[in-house]
Design a protein around this ligand. Structure first.
Ligand code: URA
Length: 197
Protein backbone atom coordinates (compact mmCIF):
# COMPACT_ATOMS: atom_id res chain seq x y z
CA UNK A 1 0.00 0.00 0.00
CA UNK A 2 1.39 3.39 -0.90
CA UNK A 3 0.01 6.90 -0.80
CA UNK A 4 2.85 8.71 -2.45
CA UNK A 5 4.57 8.03 -5.76
CA UNK A 6 7.47 7.63 -5.62
CA UNK A 7 7.57 6.20 -2.09
CA UNK A 8 9.58 8.36 0.34
CA UNK A 9 13.08 7.04 0.74
CA UNK A 10 13.96 8.59 4.10
CA UNK A 11 12.16 8.86 7.43
CA UNK A 12 12.46 12.65 7.27
CA UNK A 13 10.66 12.75 3.92
CA UNK A 14 8.07 10.17 5.00
CA UNK A 15 7.29 11.89 8.30
CA UNK A 16 7.05 15.32 6.70
CA UNK A 17 4.55 13.96 4.16
CA UNK A 18 2.57 12.11 6.85
CA UNK A 19 2.44 15.14 9.14
CA UNK A 20 1.25 17.33 6.27
CA UNK A 21 -1.85 15.15 5.91
CA UNK A 22 -2.90 16.07 9.47
CA UNK A 23 -4.70 14.01 12.07
CA UNK A 24 -7.20 11.37 10.98
CA UNK A 25 -8.44 10.86 14.57
CA UNK A 26 -10.21 13.29 16.86
CA UNK A 27 -7.81 14.85 19.32
CA UNK A 28 -4.07 15.37 19.07
CA UNK A 29 -2.86 17.61 16.34
CA UNK A 30 0.77 16.63 16.56
CA UNK A 31 2.04 13.54 14.77
CA UNK A 32 4.37 11.56 17.02
CA UNK A 33 6.99 9.95 14.80
CA UNK A 34 8.78 6.70 15.37
CA UNK A 35 12.28 6.95 16.78
CA UNK A 36 15.38 4.83 16.65
CA UNK A 37 18.12 3.84 14.23
CA UNK A 38 17.80 2.41 10.73
CA UNK A 39 18.36 -1.37 10.66
CA UNK A 40 17.47 -1.61 14.33
CA UNK A 41 17.50 -5.26 15.47
CA UNK A 42 13.97 -4.82 16.85
CA UNK A 43 11.10 -2.48 15.99
CA UNK A 44 8.32 -2.21 18.57
CA UNK A 45 4.93 -1.16 17.25
CA UNK A 46 2.39 0.21 19.73
CA UNK A 47 -1.14 1.54 19.33
CA UNK A 48 -0.94 5.33 19.31
CA UNK A 49 0.80 8.06 21.28
CA UNK A 50 -0.79 8.78 24.66
CA UNK A 51 -1.23 12.06 26.50
CA UNK A 52 2.42 12.31 27.53
CA UNK A 53 3.75 11.30 24.13
CA UNK A 54 1.56 13.94 22.49
CA UNK A 55 2.95 16.59 24.83
CA UNK A 56 6.58 15.54 24.52
CA UNK A 57 6.47 14.49 20.87
CA UNK A 58 8.16 11.13 21.41
CA UNK A 59 6.76 7.57 21.49
CA UNK A 60 6.57 5.55 24.69
CA UNK A 61 7.57 8.17 27.23
CA UNK A 62 4.45 7.95 29.43
CA UNK A 63 3.42 5.26 31.96
CA UNK A 64 3.18 2.48 29.34
CA UNK A 65 6.58 3.47 28.00
CA UNK A 66 8.06 3.36 31.48
CA UNK A 67 6.75 -0.16 31.97
CA UNK A 68 8.13 -1.14 28.58
CA UNK A 69 11.50 0.37 29.53
CA UNK A 70 11.58 -1.67 32.74
CA UNK A 71 10.76 -4.91 30.89
CA UNK A 72 13.37 -4.18 28.21
CA UNK A 73 16.01 -3.56 30.86
CA UNK A 74 15.11 -6.82 32.65
CA UNK A 75 15.38 -8.71 29.37
CA UNK A 76 18.74 -7.10 28.55
CA UNK A 77 17.44 -5.10 25.57
CA UNK A 78 18.92 -1.64 25.05
CA UNK A 79 16.06 0.68 24.09
CA UNK A 80 18.39 3.08 22.32
CA UNK A 81 19.25 0.51 19.63
CA UNK A 82 15.57 -0.32 19.01
CA UNK A 83 13.06 1.45 16.81
CA UNK A 84 9.80 2.43 18.53
CA UNK A 85 6.70 3.53 16.71
CA UNK A 86 2.91 3.36 16.67
CA UNK A 87 0.24 2.08 14.31
CA UNK A 88 -1.64 5.38 14.60
CA UNK A 89 0.52 8.48 14.67
CA UNK A 90 -1.86 10.88 16.48
CA UNK A 91 -3.31 10.76 20.00
CA UNK A 92 -7.05 10.05 19.84
CA UNK A 93 -8.88 11.45 22.84
CA UNK A 94 -11.97 13.18 24.13
CA UNK A 95 -11.63 16.05 26.61
CA UNK A 96 -13.08 15.30 30.08
CA UNK A 97 -12.54 18.43 32.11
CA UNK A 98 -8.80 18.83 32.41
CA UNK A 99 -8.16 15.24 31.37
CA UNK A 100 -7.66 14.07 27.80
CA UNK A 101 -9.29 10.66 27.78
CA UNK A 102 -7.68 8.07 25.49
CA UNK A 103 -9.94 6.56 22.85
CA UNK A 104 -9.13 3.35 21.02
CA UNK A 105 -8.76 3.87 17.29
CA UNK A 106 -11.37 2.38 14.95
CA UNK A 107 -10.27 -0.26 12.45
CA UNK A 108 -10.81 2.29 9.65
CA UNK A 109 -8.48 4.72 11.42
CA UNK A 110 -5.80 2.06 11.85
CA UNK A 111 -6.18 1.23 8.17
CA UNK A 112 -5.75 4.89 7.25
CA UNK A 113 -2.30 4.99 8.90
CA UNK A 114 -1.09 1.67 7.52
CA UNK A 115 0.78 3.16 4.57
CA UNK A 116 2.87 5.20 7.03
CA UNK A 117 3.80 2.21 9.19
CA UNK A 118 4.53 0.06 6.14
CA UNK A 119 6.74 2.74 4.62
CA UNK A 120 8.67 3.33 7.80
CA UNK A 121 9.28 -0.39 8.30
CA UNK A 122 10.49 -0.61 4.71
CA UNK A 123 12.90 2.27 5.33
CA UNK A 124 14.04 1.19 8.81
CA UNK A 125 14.30 -2.49 7.76
CA UNK A 126 14.44 -3.85 11.32
CA UNK A 127 15.58 -7.38 12.09
CA UNK A 128 12.30 -8.20 13.84
CA UNK A 129 8.96 -6.44 14.29
CA UNK A 130 7.23 -6.82 17.66
CA UNK A 131 3.51 -6.06 17.77
CA UNK A 132 2.45 -4.67 21.14
CA UNK A 133 -1.26 -5.43 21.43
CA UNK A 134 -4.28 -5.71 19.18
CA UNK A 135 -4.03 -2.42 17.29
CA UNK A 136 -0.45 -3.12 16.24
CA UNK A 137 -1.47 -6.64 15.22
CA UNK A 138 -4.34 -5.24 13.15
CA UNK A 139 -2.03 -2.73 11.50
CA UNK A 140 0.59 -5.35 10.69
CA UNK A 141 -1.67 -8.20 9.56
CA UNK A 142 -5.12 -6.77 8.86
CA UNK A 143 -6.46 -9.20 11.47
CA UNK A 144 -8.71 -7.94 14.25
CA UNK A 145 -8.19 -9.48 17.70
CA UNK A 146 -6.30 -12.65 18.49
CA UNK A 147 -3.39 -11.36 20.57
CA UNK A 148 -3.89 -14.19 23.08
CA UNK A 149 -4.04 -16.78 20.29
CA UNK A 150 -1.16 -15.39 18.24
CA UNK A 151 1.06 -14.37 21.14
CA UNK A 152 4.61 -15.51 20.40
CA UNK A 153 6.78 -15.80 17.26
CA UNK A 154 5.04 -14.80 14.01
CA UNK A 155 5.95 -13.50 10.59
CA UNK A 156 4.52 -10.29 9.15
CA UNK A 157 4.82 -10.11 5.35
CA UNK A 158 7.81 -12.43 5.46
CA UNK A 159 9.37 -10.28 8.15
CA UNK A 160 10.47 -11.89 11.40
CA UNK A 161 7.84 -10.94 13.95
CA UNK A 162 6.54 -11.43 17.44
CA UNK A 163 3.17 -10.75 19.07
CA UNK A 164 2.80 -9.74 22.68
CA UNK A 165 0.47 -7.71 24.82
CA UNK A 166 0.41 -3.94 25.10
CA UNK A 167 2.06 -2.56 28.26
CA UNK A 168 -1.09 -0.51 28.97
CA UNK A 169 -3.05 -3.75 29.31
CA UNK A 170 -0.68 -4.74 32.14
CA UNK A 171 -1.18 -1.37 33.83
CA UNK A 172 -4.95 -1.83 33.59
CA UNK A 173 -4.90 -5.39 35.01
CA UNK A 174 -6.08 -6.08 38.55
CA UNK A 175 -3.41 -5.97 41.22
CA UNK A 176 -3.61 -9.75 41.49
CA UNK A 177 -2.92 -10.26 37.79
CA UNK A 178 -0.48 -7.45 37.19
CA UNK A 179 2.67 -9.15 38.46
CA UNK A 180 1.98 -12.34 36.51
CA UNK A 181 1.18 -10.39 33.36
CA UNK A 182 4.33 -8.36 33.78
CA UNK A 183 6.48 -11.48 34.18
CA UNK A 184 4.93 -12.97 31.03
CA UNK A 185 5.71 -9.70 29.24
CA UNK A 186 9.35 -9.84 30.36
CA UNK A 187 9.51 -13.46 29.17
CA UNK A 188 8.26 -12.25 25.77
CA UNK A 189 10.95 -9.56 25.71
CA UNK A 190 13.57 -12.24 26.35
CA UNK A 191 12.12 -14.38 23.55
CA UNK A 192 12.10 -11.34 21.23
CA UNK A 193 15.74 -10.70 22.04
CA UNK A 194 16.63 -14.31 21.21
CA UNK A 195 14.56 -14.36 18.02
CA UNK A 196 16.12 -11.10 16.85
CA UNK A 197 19.52 -12.73 17.33
N1 URA B 1 1.03 3.60 24.05
C1 URA B 1 1.37 3.35 22.79
O1 URA B 1 0.84 2.46 22.15
N2 URA B 1 2.31 4.08 22.24
C2 URA B 1 2.92 5.04 22.89
O2 URA B 1 3.77 5.69 22.29
C3 URA B 1 2.55 5.27 24.21
C4 URA B 1 1.59 4.55 24.78
Amino acid sequence: MTLFEPDPTSLEELNAKGAELGSFVSGGVRAVFGEGPLHAPIAFVGEQPGDREDLVGRPFVGPAGQLLDRALAEAGIDRSVCYLTNAVKHFKFVPRGRIRLHQSPLASEVKHYRWWLESELRIVAPGLVAALGATALLALTGRAGGVAKLRGPQTFDERLGYVTTHPSAILRASEQRRQLDYQAFVADMRAIRQRAG
